[in-house]
Design a protein around this ligand. Structure first.
Ligand SMILES: CC(C)(COP(=O)(O)OP(=O)(O)OC[C@H]1O[C@@H](n2cnc3c(N)ncnc32)[C@H](O)[C@@H]1OP(=O)(O)O)[C@@H](O)C(=O)NCCC(=O)NCCS
Length: 190
């Protein structure tokens, strides 16, 4: 049985916008039938932000490839792709990829992204909490990530989620014509 199917974490999040309107978001693990929507979401996210490792087209080259990625994540015990939906469309996601080997099997690498139009409403926080719940359920010890040094917002966000800075990968990425540092961060789970 897959990791995602044994992990029950469908939640509904209600967020108030500046105008006072209430937006509802559903958060649940991705399933293969989400491939089309998640392919389009991924392209939109990568087009609007250069803070990710991948550029547009590098996450999945087609809906079929996206479906394969979701199935691969499902098949692995310590992997999960958690998505936030609003009115049937994905607006944010977080992924955890657990270590494949005996010696790193208690560590997972994570990533998170929320569409700009929906950021600041608590979706990122809710996704990170979901990933942490999954990780604790799987008895993982460590969640780790990297964030571009100039991405001050995400850096502050991860600090608020309890991640500590462990080091800097100097000039590890080439973004928009310049080399940028990545900050390594991690959180240990009790
Ligand atoms: C970084 C990101 C994931 C945060 O998600 P989000 O849904 O906007 O964040 P939330 O609304 O859940 O905010 C949670 C906390 O993050 C911090 N935060 C959010 N926006 C912030 C800002 N503009 N400045 C500083 N801290 C901020 C706050 O601590 C906030 O807690 P608070 O609401 O109690 O103040 C999201 O904005 C994003 O995807 N950005 C673009 C892509 C990106 O940088 N991804 C990370 C790549 S490593």
């Amino acid at each position: 049985m897959s990791a995602s199917s044994t992990f029950c974490c469908a939640v509904r999040l209600a967020a108030k916008t500046e105008s006072g309107a209430v937006r509802e978001y559903d958060i649940r693990p991705a399933v293969p039938d989400d491939a089309g929507a998640l392919y389009r979401f991924g392209e939109a996210l990568l087009c609007e932000s250069s803070f990710f490792l991948r550029s547009p087209g590098e996450r999945a080259r087609s809906v079929d490839e996206m479906r394969t990625v979701i199935k691969q994540i499902h098949a692995m015990p310590a992997h999960i792709l958690l998505c936030a939906w609003q009115e049937g469309a994905p607006v944010g996601e977080a992924v955890a990829i657990g270590g494949d080997f005996k010696r790193d099997r208690y560590t997972a690498t994570i990533g998170v992204g929320v569409l700009a139009a929906h950021s600041g409403h608590g979706i990122g926080r809710a996704l990170m909490r979901g990933i942490e719940l999954f990780a604790r359920n799987k008895k993982l010890r460590r969640l780790e990530l990297t964030v571009m040094a100039h991405n001050t917002r995400a850096h502050a966000f991860y600090r608020q989620m309890g991640y500590l800075q462990e080091g800097v990968k100097r000039d590890s990425l080439f973004v928009d014509g310049v080399f940028v540092d990545e900050i390594m961060m991690a959180k240990l789970l009790d």
